[in-house]
Ligand binder design. Structure first.
Ligand SMILES: Nc1ncnc2c1ncn2[C@@H]1O[C@H](COP(=O)(O)OP(=O)(O)OP(=O)(O)O)[C@@H](O)[C@H]1O
Length: 567
């Protein structure tokens, strides 16, 4: 049986989440329910248990001292009349560490949002409709902090609800301004996200919070606040109408490059002088240096310089901590609060992680086929290191029976949007991605992440595998490695071990690369031989048969339309 035959047989070995993949399951006569169990939301933060064995996991010395101790300042500065012990035990229970002075107390239930902060009832109903019963730890501390107008640097695990943690205070701020008739004519809040997909997701989540349905007809739906995503269409409207366009918006969500593009017009077509809340999501990513003139860091610098409102408040959120972001915040922010949940730069404990030696590139393909043949539960995400490799793997994997798609920077925004939608609907079972989708993207119920290509840094590993095991669910992650990946193996194996999963001892003894070497490795993709097993023309004809119209190869013109992402 050759590789193609193996892939054809794959449909029969799927373990389906029957509810989600109902149609496909019916087609293939499959009735096995998903084996993925639901976890208590706080499990991986509070229990310290191995996701695999359930045994208590030893934490590293560093983790113990850095993350579990409660700064005594928390107790001294409690100022809302609740018992210090209560506040202390909440923070201790949920592994919330706060550094700073005059720290607002955490809230422990959604009801407190309304009773203590007068949060809008319609929004409360919308949260309840989403089925959220308990606040996550980052929400417990970040929401009251921002509600008190505090500038924050927040770091909490992947999939722990950071989006809601910054949306609630911003929505509350806008609604309060409206109530006090202080609402200006110009948007007063701005959220920055590194990718188009993430910005769009934040828009969707925000809309779900602020939409009001007066009756059952779709026309009766309106939004409590006016939130817009600065996509291509909206950018064009700014180009036509300039500042007038800003009067139709309260909250703007954007990637940095679109804002910078409008700021750099002569005259500027957007103004940030009225911005009162600036949220930087994936803040460590947006602080990254890169190619001169194009780096996120430079773009962020331009945006900061344009936010001239003396009342500006800033909040930084990420699942991973970066020293330079912290230093920047300490230097530039007003009495900043640093909120950390769980361990800094640790992988989520809700994901059962495995490192698999595959020998060489060919071994990767065989290992992937084995996983799929052995039975897998869609949805699955596969990460590769570049768009070229995403195309190659996609071409190798299109076969009858398993629905697969790829998302990378060479696809048009429309193709990318469709790929995301189809994966969300469950029509696509396996999504091949580059680093582009490594951060922030929240696909409900991803069961397995496969790192086909080894990530270029421990930080990238944390974000990639964080696409599964989200919001209290369990997930699995398999990372292939070859001899070439040895320099980064130790740091990733440390993360795997710290999350309570098994790693062979030898990995932990591999010599650690120097800091400069690690930086170089993070910047540069590894040289790898092609994934292709057949000459491109054979694969091309196979591909042509399988692809729909919109998937036809990119023209130069559409390539140039892709913004911001290089992967
Ligand atoms: N209080 C809550 N209870 C249950 N689920 C929640 C709660 N808050 C948010 N969620 C859900 O948890 C999932 C993950 O949230 P979100 O995308 O905000 O995570 P994140 O912390 O930003 O992750 P990442 O670091 O990967 O971006 C989402 O599906 C969200 O709807």
């Amino acid at each position: 049986m050759d590789e193609e035959d193996i892939f054809r047989k794959l449909g029969t070995s799927l373990k389906f989440n029957v509810k989600r993949f109902k149609n496909d399951a019916q087609k293939l006569n499959i009735s096995t329910p998903s084996t993925i169990k639901k976890l208590d939301f706080f499990d991986n933060l509070t229990s310290g248990q191995s996701p695999k064995t359930g045994k208590q996991v030893k934490r590293s010395k560093r983790e113990k001292t850095t993350h579990c101790e409660e700064p005594t300042r928390n107790d001294e500065t409690n100022h809302q009349g609740k018992s210090d012990n209560g506040v202390h035990s909440v923070r201790k229970k949920y592994r919330i560490q706060v550094d700073g002075s005059d720290i607002p107390e955490p809230i422990t239930t959604f009801q407190h949002l309304h009773s203590e902060y007068d949060f809008n009832m319609k929004c409360m109903e919308n949260i309840s409709k989403k089925g959220f019963k308990e606040l996550t730890p980052i929400q417990m501390q970040a929401i009251p902090s921002m509600m008190h107008g505090r500038e924050i640097l927040a770091c909490a695990p992947t999939g722990s609800g950071k989006t809601l943690a910054f949306l609630v205070p911003i929505i509350s701020h806008i609604l309060k301004q409206a109530k006090q008739k202080k609402k200006g004519k110009h948007f007063c809040s701005l959220i920055l996200s590194p990718t188009h997909e993430l910005a769009e997701q934040t828009l969707r989540e925000c809309k779900e919070l602020v939409s009001v349905k007066e009756s059952e007809t779709p026309e009766s739906t309106s939004d409590l606040i006016r939130v817009k995503f600065l996509d291509k269409g909206e950018t064009k409207r700014y180009m036509r109408r300039g500042m007038k366009q800003a009067t139709s918006t309260d909250l703007l969500i954007s990637t940095p490059n679109r804002i910078v593009y409008l700021l750099q017009q002569d005259p500027p077509m957007i103004s940030l002088e009225f911005v009162e809340w600036l949220v930087v999501d994936e803040s460590d990513k947006l602080f990254e240096e890169g190619q001169a003139g194009k780096s996120f860091r430079e773009q962020l610098g331009t945006i900061y310089a344009s936010c001239t409102n003396p009342k500006i408040r800033r909040a930084m959120f990420s699942a991973t901590f970066a020293y330079d972001v912290q230093q920047w915040c300490l230097l530039n922010m007003d009495n900043v609060l640093q909120i950390t949940v769980g361990g800094k730069n640790t992988a989520v404990r809700s994901v059962n992680q495995k490192l698999q030696y595959v020998g060489n590139e060919h071994g990767k393909l065989l290992a992937l086929q084995q996983i799929i043949r052995g039975g897998f539960s869609p949805p699955v995400i596969i990460f590769v290191q570049s768009k070229e490799r995403a195309k190659e793997l996609f071409a190798e994997m299109i076969y009858d029976g398993v629905n697969i798609d790829a998302i990378h920077a060479d696809r048009t925004p429309m193709q990318r949007e469709n790929a995301v939608k189809s994966f969300r609907r469950g029509d696509t079972w396996i999504l091949i991605c580059t680093e582009l989708m490594g951060r922030g993207i929240d696909f409900k119920g991803v069961n397995l992440v496969i790192n086909y290509d080894f990530p270029t840094s421990a930080v990238s590993y944390i974000h990639r595998i964080g696409r599964t095991g989200r919001a209290g669910r369990r997930g699995e992650a398999v990372t292939f490695f070859t001899d070439e990946d040895r320099p980064l193996l130790r740091s990733v194996s440390n993360l795997v071990r710290a999350a309570g999963c098994e790693v062979p001892e030898y990995m932990l003894r591999i010599k650690k690369p120097q800091k400069d070497e690690r930086k170089r490795l993070a910047r540069k993709e590894r040289q790898r031989s092609s994934i292709r097993t057949a000459p491109p023309d054979v694969l091309q004809s196979k591909k042509r048969k399988n692809l729909s119209k919109e998937d036809k190869p990119q023209t130069k013109r559409s390539k140039s339309k892709v913004t911001n992402k290089q992967q």
